[in-house]
Design a protein around this ligand. Structure first.
Ligand code: FMN
Length: 309
């Protein structure tokens, strides 16, 4: 069955809650989990468009979905329209939107002319959006950062809009800023005022209070959270810490869909961060296999393994 258009979701609501793209983490089990707690739209982790286009193995491992995984945006990193459009065409029947990553700040990404490198190459972004829009019939968005000089951000947004980008997500930090630095509300507001398409704001949304502040200060159409949802996948539903049912449901989904020890463990470490005592965290974080983690949860948290099947 075709996926729901994410643009239709954005247009049908006053405000949308979005789970950010997260390499390794925003995979199928986590996407299904956060949807149970008031998340309207989810993103796949960033996928390298050229590798996806060329490798059958990458296509099998980088993106898996099912009927319940809806609405979902597939995010690509690309440096040119040929790679991006080819990859977009392959996933279009299984996605509600395609997003181009213009925010990844890592050195290797800059060297490959992908991610936040693109913030200094608005023409490349314009070409890629134009090519994708000519080839697939699902919404195409970009996830950007702000520039140190907001005039550049204004020009950047205008260019992307001129070739039909359907909506934008803006992380209110420059490519050199760390995630601990404050979010630039003025920059996000400028993007919202510049664009005639919907704008989603990203950066340090850890609670509904943070979301409210973002709406009040910028007037955006939605908010996207990454670290906030890793720590508490239920915060959009009003929970201050993840309720036990949420943690248990993550365990069930991760085991049902299959996961590796590293990702499974890390998700749980994030969720338990504000719940376990320092001493228990130390023990928990040193567990070295999925069975050891399940044993710990059974003995200390009352995990009922019979409920997992
Ligand atoms: C573990 C992790 C993985 C991430 N992977 C991606 C990614 O694949 N694509 C992307 O555009 N941003 C990625 N980001 C950045 C987030 O989407 C987001 O822009 C950033 O963390 C700021 O949001 P936050 O303050 O809510 O964490 C990642 C962030 C984290 C913490």
């Amino acid at each position: 069955m075709a996926k729901t258009s994410v643009l239709d979701v954005i247009n049908s609501k006053d405000r949308v809650n979005v789970c950010a793209p997260m390499v390794r983490y925003s995979k199928l089990p986590f996407r299904e989990l956060v949807r149970k707690y008031n998340v309207d739209i989810t993103y796949s982790p960033m996928i390298l468009a050229d590798v996806f286009k060329n490798s059958e193995m990458a296509r099998e491992t980088d993106y898996s979905t099912n009927e319940a995984d809806d609405p979902v945006v597939v995010q690509f990193a690309a440096s040119n329209g040929v790679d991006l459009a080819a990859a977009a065409e392959m996933v279009a029947p299984f996605a509600g939107g395609i997003d181009l990553n213009c925010g990844c700040p890592q050195k290797w990404a800059i060297q490959e002319h992908i991610g936040s490198y693109l913030m200094s190459d608005p023409e490349a972004v314009r070409d890629m959006v134009k090519t994708v829009k000519g080839r697939v019939n699902i919404p195409c968005s970009i996830k950007i950062r702000v520039h140190p000089d907001l005039k550049e951000t204004y020009e950047f947004v205008k260019r992307a809009e001129s070739v039909g980008v359907d909506f934008l997500t803006v992380h209110g930090r420059t490519r050199k800023q760390k995630s601990t630095e404050p979010v630039n509300f003025e920059g996000i507001k400028l993007v919202k005022e510049t664009a005639s398409v919907p704008v989603i704001a990203n950066g340090s949304i850890f609670s509904n209070k943070d979301a409210e502040e973002m709406y009040e200060r910028t007037g955006v159409n939605g908010v996207m959270s990454a670290r906030g949802l890793l720590q508490n996948p239920a915060f959009f539903a009003g929970y201050e810490v993840p309720p036990w049912e949420c943690i248990e449901e993550y365990v069930r989904l991760a085991l049902a869909y299959g996961t590796n020890h590293f990702i499974f463990h890390h998700h749980l470490m994030y969720m338990f961060e504000d719940i376990m005592s320092k001493a228990e965290r130390k023990t928990f974080n040193s567990l070295s296999s999925i069975p050891a983690i399940l044993d710990h949860l059974e003995s200390n948290w009352g995990l009922d393994v019979t409920k997992l099947v």
